[in-house]
Ligand binder design. Structure first.
Ligand code: AMP
Length: 407
C-alpha cells in the first residue's frame, strides 16, 4: 500500500510539554523521532481527554495538528489493550493515507497493524491487510462499505471510532454511508469526531451517536486564518482566463487554483500548459496513483501550479502555498474559508485572490458578512474591471445582459 511520509510544516504550538499529556515513554520517543517538540493547542486539549476513553468533539481546521491529536491517544490505548480496535473514517483518500502515515510513525514500536481502505486502488492488498486482523482501519466511507458488504471487513469489535472532517464528509454527500457505518459498530465504544464547523446534520450525529462528548473548540467558527490577504477581481465572464493568466504572471510562488467542475480542471490545465506553466490537476475522476503523483509533484515544487476541484480544499496538507486563486467562486462560504485555509498555514502569510463576475454578487456579500470585512477590489494590468450596468428596460436588452458565454 502506498503511504505518505509525515509532513513537516510550521504550526502554532503551545508551551506545554508532550510529557504532561499522559502519553507513555515509548510513544513520547516516537513523537521526538518525528520531530514534534511541543503540542499544538488541539493536541494539548484532546490527548488527555481521549486517553480517558471519553467521547469528544474537536472543532479544528486541518493544519492545527489534529491528526496527531487523535492518532497519539489511539496508539496509546491500543498498545495497552490489544483487544481494542479503531476505525478512522476520512473524507478523502489523501487524508486517509496521511493518517495512516502518522499511525505507522507512532505505532511502529508496538507492532501496530494498520490497513487503509480507499477507493481507486486494487482490492487485493486490502483483503490481505484485513486478513492480518489490523488494529486500525483507516478508510473512506464508500470502500469501507464495499468491504463490509462483501463480508471482508467486520466492524463489530471496533470500539474506537474517529470521524475525521465530518463537515467535509457531509459536503461530499457521505452522510448516508456514515450512518450505515455507525450501525455496524458496537454501541459501547469511544467516538471522536473532528470538524471545522458544526452544521445541524453533524450536530445530530453527535446527539444520536455520541455519549456526553467533551467539546474542544480551537477554531472560532467562520473565521479564516489571520495572515491572509483577500483580493477580489471583478471581471466580465469572458475575461476570467486573462485575469488568471495576469495573476499568475504577477505572483510567482506556488499557486493552488480552485475550479468548480472536473472537466474545467482538465480544460484549464491544458490552457496553462500551452502558456508554458508547470501545472498539474487534481480531481475525483483521476486514479489514486494520478492524484498522489499530482500532489507529490506540487509538494516537491515540480509543478508550481495545481488546479483543483473542491476535493483539495480541505484536509490536504499542502505546504507553502503562497497564493490561492478562486477561478470559480466557491458554492458556500464554508468552502471559501476552507479553500483559503490552504494558505497562511501556521504563522505564514498568504494571498487569496477571487476572480468573480456579476453573477457571484450574492456570494461575495455572504463572504464579506462572514469575514466581517469587505474584500478589497483589485485589478490586473490588461483586464478591464467589470462595471455594473444600469438595468435595461426592453426584454431583448435584458436577455443579452444575462447571456454568459461558456468559456
Ligand atoms: P494536521 O493538522 O494534522 O494536518 O497537521 C498539520 C502539520 O503540523 C503537519 O505538517 C504536521 O506534521 C505538523 N504538526 C502536527 N503536530 C505538530 C507538533 N506538535 N509540532 C510540530 N509540527 C506538528
Amino acid at each position: 500500500m502506498q503511504s505518505l511520509a509525515i509532513p513537516q510544516h510550521p504550526v502554532e504550538t503551545t508551551e506545554k510539554d508532550f510529557d504532561s499529556l499522559g502519553l507513555s515513554q515509548s510513544i513520547l520517543r516516537c513523537v521526538r523521532l518525528v520531530g514534534f517538540e511541543h503540542p499544538t493547542p488541539i493536541q494539548a486539549a484532546v490527548i488527555p481527554v481521549a486517553l480517558t476513553g471519553r467521547d469528544l468533539i474537536g472543532l479544528a481546521e486541518t493544519g492545527s495538528g489534529k491528526t496527531a491529536a487523535f492518532t497519539l491517544p489511539i496508539t496509546e490505548r491500543l498498545a495497552h489493550d490489544p483487544k481494542s480496535r479503531a476505525l478512522i473514517v476520512s473524507p478523502t483518500r489523501e487524508i486517509a493515507l496521511q493518517t495512516q502515515a502518522f499511525l505507522d510513525a507512532f505505532g511502529g514500536d508496538y507492532g501496530l497493524k494498520t490497513v487503509c481502505l480507499i477507493g481507486g486502488v486494487k482490492m487485493g492488498p486490502q483483503y490481505q491487510g484485513l486478513r492480518r486482523r489490523p488494529h486500525v482501519i483507516v478508510a473512506t466511507p464508500g470502500r469501507l462499505l464495499d468491504h463490509v458488504e462483501q463480508g471482508t471487513a467486520k466492524l463489530d469489535d471496533f470500539n474506537i471510532l474517529v470521524l475525521d472532517e465530518a463537515d467535509h464528509m457531509l459536503d461530499m454527500g457521505f452522510m448516508p454511508q456514515v450512518n450505515r457505518i455507525l450501525q455496524q459498530l458496537p454501541k459501547k465504544r469511544q467516538t471522536l469526531m473532528f470538524s471545522a464547523t458544526m452544521p445541524p446534520p453533524i450536530e445530530r450525529i453527535s446527539q444520536q451517536f455520541m455519549n456526553d462528548p467533551v467539546r474542544v473548540d480551537i477554531t472560532p467558527e467562520g473565521k479564516a486564518a489571520a495572515g491572509i490577504s483577500h483580493r477580489l477581481y471583478l471581471v466580465e465572464p469572458d475575461n476570467k482566463k486573462e485575469c488568471l493568466l495576469a495573476l499568475l504572471r504577477q505572483e510567482l510562488g506556488s499557486t493552488l487554483v480552485f475550479i468548480r467542475r472536473k472537466s474545467d480542471a482538465e480544460w484549464l490545465m491544458g490552457v496553462l500548459e500551452r502558456e508554458g506553466h508547470p501545472v498539474e490537476r487534481i480531481h475525483s475522476n483521476l486514479s489514486q496513483g494520478q492524484r498522489t503523483q499530482a500532489l507529490q509533484g506540487f509538494r516537491e515544487g515540480e509543478h508550481r501550479i495545481l488546479v483543483a476541484t473542491d476535493i483539495a480544499s480541505r484536509g490536504l496538507d499542502i505546504p507553502r502555498v503562497g497564493h490561492i486563486i478562486n477561478f470559480d467562486m466557491p458554492e458556500t462560504v464554508e468552502d471559501y474559508i476552507h479553500r483559503a485555509g490552504r494558505t497562511a498555514r501556521g504563522n505564514a502569510t498568504g494571498i487569496v485572490s477571487t476572480i468573480a463576475t456579476w453573477i457571484d454578487k450574492m456570494m461575495i456579500k455572504e463572504i464579506e458578512t462572514t469575514l466581517g470585512e469587505d474584500l478589497p477590489r483589485c485589478t490586473v494590468p490588461g483586464v478591464p474591471p467589470y462595471v455594473e450596468m444600469k438595468p435595461r428596460v426592453s426584454l431583448g436588452a435584458r436577455k443579452s445582459t444575462l447571456k454568459v458565454k461558456r468559456r
